[in-house]
Design a protein around this ligand. Structure first.
Ligand code: GDP
Length: 440
């Protein structure tokens, strides 16, 4: 996420490092580079200019030049201004109404259908509500099936009327059905087009007028940069929506949309999509995002994710196994599944300060554990529970079964043993799984 921008900003601040004394000239040089980095990130020219002007004013006001650590102070000002540019505080979703109606709008391919399901899952898990999805994308027949498949995955019912081509009617009937079945939140996925056209805008405006949603969210693909900002503006003129959802942030190396949208439409970014899976959704926190952009990581979010996966009971059991040296390959495998549930591994590592840059060229993805898993799954249950019986012939069989090299099997077993030792060493009270290690 945002690797290019982070890289360029770090280079900009590097200007200050080379100098014994910081002068107005090299602060100006740094800010010029910051501005260039923002422009390269596809931030609108006017916004980039205003941003650096504000930072300059604040820097002079806070006497950066005479402070003890001028470089750090300047980074802090940039960080705070960046958070402010993205809206300052995180803003929550409005779920008032009986049922609360949430209307989802955006162009085709922006990730509306995926987001609708992610939001339903989020509302269920985090808000303890009982949502229903309504498939009102009548122009893309596959969208209805797609929503149904996603609905099944998260156990949320999907309302649709396949032969009906009138999205206003579908939305109304969906809300009635939700009332009848006792759902207290209705999420309506609407039709998009490849680009803005009048009919689509008329249609979405009509749905909006009829269903009077508690919350209208505009979904946009972050990777489209300035186009995302322009589309956000066009939809806002028609819908006056409540918040923006930026999808595909996992693939966005530049960050222009995240930085420009708020300043352009004056609406908060409420959620960001960070992957194709239904749980790849984050509440947008401008301050944490600013930290990430500046390469300071986002440890708060990382800990939150670890806590979500943290199960006291499981942790206690695991703790006992480690203490009695009974941690085996089955536990190891389960720990990997836990980490995978926390999200994309590269994304997770990117939340650690300074790591984002280090791993930007590595190809780490959700398949990072694939080989390890294959090896563990090629063991017999007995072998998994008693790793000490793994002799030469067993290892050879496992290598064949997993399609990995014997050296890789040996390496994994060695790593596993080393890890066991470290875990026992680290066990100084308090339940700690791998997720617990991140937590504690
Ligand atoms: P719609 O036409 O607006 O309903 O868009 P879809 O929900 O069908 O999404 C279009 C494509 O983008 C699909 O292949 C999704 O899997 C993918 N997608 C959606 N959100 C994200 C995201 O946050 N990250 C990534 N990497 N892909 C996403």
């Amino acid at each position: 996420m945002f690797e290019n921008l982070t890289d360029k900003l770090e280079k900009a601040f590097h200007i200050l490092k080379g100098h014994g004394r910081i002068t107005e000239v090299n602060v100006a040089d740094t800010l010029k580079e910051v501005r260039r980095a923002l422009l390269d990130a596809d931030v609108n020219f006017k916004i980039a200019k205003e941003f650096t002007n504000t930072v300059k004013e604040k820097a002079l006001g806070q006497k950066v030049l005479t402070s003890l650590q001028p470089g750090q102070l300047l980074v802090k000002i940039v960080r705070d201004e960046m958070a402010a540019l993205m809206g300052g505080q995180a803003s929550d979703i409005n779920l008032q109404g009986a049922p609360a109606v949430i209307l989802i709008a955006g162009l085709q391919g922006s990730g509306k259908t995926t987001f609708s399901a992610k939001l339903a899952s989020y509302i269920k898990r985090k808000k303890g509500r009982n949502p229903m999805l309504v498939a009102a994308d009548v122009y893309r027949p596959a969208a209805i099936d797609q929503l149904k498949v996603l609905g099944q995955q998260i156990n949320v019912p999907v309302f649709s009327i396949p032969e009906n081509m009138n999205p206003v009617e579908i939305a109304q009937k969906g809300i009635e059905e939700a009332k009848r079945l006792g759902h207290n939140v209705v999420i309506i996925d609407t039709a998009g087009r490849l680009s803005i056209d009048e009919q689509m805008m008329r249609e979405i405006a009509e749905i909006h007028k009829t269903v009077k949603p508690s919350e209208t969210l505009f979904v946009v693909d972050a990777m489209t940069g300035q186009d995302a900002v322009n589309t956000a503006k066009a939809f806002n003129d028609v819908l006056d929506y409540d918040g923006v959802v930026l999808t595909k942030l996992d693939g966005d190396t530049r960050g222009g949309a995240a930085l420009s949208i708020r300043a352009t439409v004056n609406k908060p970014i409420k959620f960001v999509g960070t992957g194709e899976k239904v749980d790849a959704l984050d509440v947008f926190h401008p301050d944490r995002m600013a930290d990430r952009i500046l390469g300071m990581g986002d440890v708060v979010s990382l800990v939150e994710r670890a806590q979500e996966q943290y199960n006291e009971e499981e942790a206690r059991k695991l703790n006992k196994k480690i203490a009695t040296n009974k941690f085996d390959f089955e536990d190891f495998y389960n720990q990997i599944q836990q980490i995978k549930k926390m999200g994309n591994v590269k994304d997770l590592m990117g939340m650690l300060p300074g790591v984002n840059k280090m791993i930007k060229d590595f190809d780490i993805d959700e398949n990072a554990f694939k080989h390890v898993e294959a090896i563990i799954l090629s063991m017999t249950p007995q072998e998994r529970r008693n790793p000490e019986i793994l002799n030469g012939s067993r290892k050879k069989r496992i290598a064949l079964g997993s399609g990995r090299d014997i050296t890789e099997v040996n390496r994994l077993i060695k790593q596993f043993e080393d890890m066991k030792k470290i875990m026992r060493m680290m066990q100084s009270g308090g339940p700690r799984g791998l997720a617990g290690m991140m937590r504690g």
